[in-house]
Write a new protein. Structure first.
Length: 289
């Protein structure tokens, strides 16, 4: 019913409200003035009042004002003092209800707009993040994953990666996933847990995962939400750095040994030169160098 009402076009809405007001005014005049039947007919005014306030917010309050004026005017025509007093109050309530419905509708619209902007913001973050953002069930099957994840694991589309057997096709060691589940059950979250994934083509990816457990009303874990970061290049750079440190250490060691060896040779040559000054030139040992 709500979808039908919300789908009515603007011109049709105006026609519907006009028709409802006209019918209600006719019924009010017929029963109120001619037959002195009051309350049941008066309540029919709330239908166009509420609809117009929902559709046009504060501008729609004009229907409530029109209804109040018509009701009070009919009371003057009827010249019934007691009912005129009641109709003044009812007319005032028409306007109050119209403003209240319009105010509530505006608040609902603002809340929807805020939610929409928030969803768009987080959807943009989800879609454009360079890190893998995912939601999976407790069996490791992806329920949702962003484009960075589809690209990282080498799959052609989101539908393809959502239908894979993650234990066979994604995890290098399926025991890592059970370790993650155990930590999440104990702590509720996990940060920078290192593990190795496999791409679709079979090559390995070194990665770290940070995740939080999603709980139901009974505090049971029903899903996992987290981020996967590819650290393969970082690991390569670390290995290169360690290798360069090793080579530097070897170079320093070789330089120290050469320096010490050079000092020993200098002493030997120095003593040899000193001994040579004590040997006569005609001695056969004088020719040794």
């Amino acid at each position: 019913m709500r979808m039908i009402i919300s789908s009515i076009k603007a011109k049709n809405k105006i026609a519907l409200i006009s028709m409802l007001l006209a019918v209600t005014c006719f019924l009010l005049y017929y029963f109120h003035v001619l037959h002195e039947i009051y309350t049941p007919v008066i309540h029919l005014f709330y239908i166009p009042i509420i609809l117009s306030s929902v559709w046009w917010r504060r501008k729609g309050v004009i229907a409530a004002i029109f209804s109040a004026v018509f009701l009070i005017t009919s009371s003057f025509i009827d010249k019934h003092d007691i009912m005129a007093t009641h109709d003044f109050f009812r007319g005032f309530m028409f306007i109050v209800v119209g403003f209240m419905v319009a105010w509530l509708r505006e608040r609902i619209d603002r809340a929807k707009e805020t939610i929409k902007k928030s969803e768009e913001k987080y959807r943009t973050l989800f879609e454009e993040s360079n890190d893998v953002i995912f939601i999976s069930n407790l069996e490791g099957k992806f329920l949702d994953i962003n484009p960075a994840g589809v690209k990282l694991f080498g799959y052609a589309s989101l539908e393809e990666i959502l239908n894979i057997d993650t234990f066979k096709e994604l995890f290098e060691c399926s025991a890592d996933f059970y370790k993650i589940i155990g930590i999440l059950k104990d702590q509720g979250n996990i940060k920078n847990f290192e593990l190795i994934f496999k791409k679709k083509v079979g090559s390995k990816i070194e990665a770290v995962i940070s995740a939080n457990a999603i709980h139901d009303d009974r505090k049971n874990i029903v899903a996992i939400r987290g981020i996967i970061r590819d650290v393969s290049e970082q690991k390569k750079l670390e290995m290169q750095f360690l290798q360069s440190q090793k080579m530097e250490s070897i170079g320093l060691l070789a330089g120290g040994i050469a320096h010490d060896f050079n000092n020993i040779l200098a002493c030997i040559l120095g003593y040899a030169s000193l001994m040579k000054t004590e040997i006569p030139e005609d001695s056969p040992f004088f020719e040794y160098r």
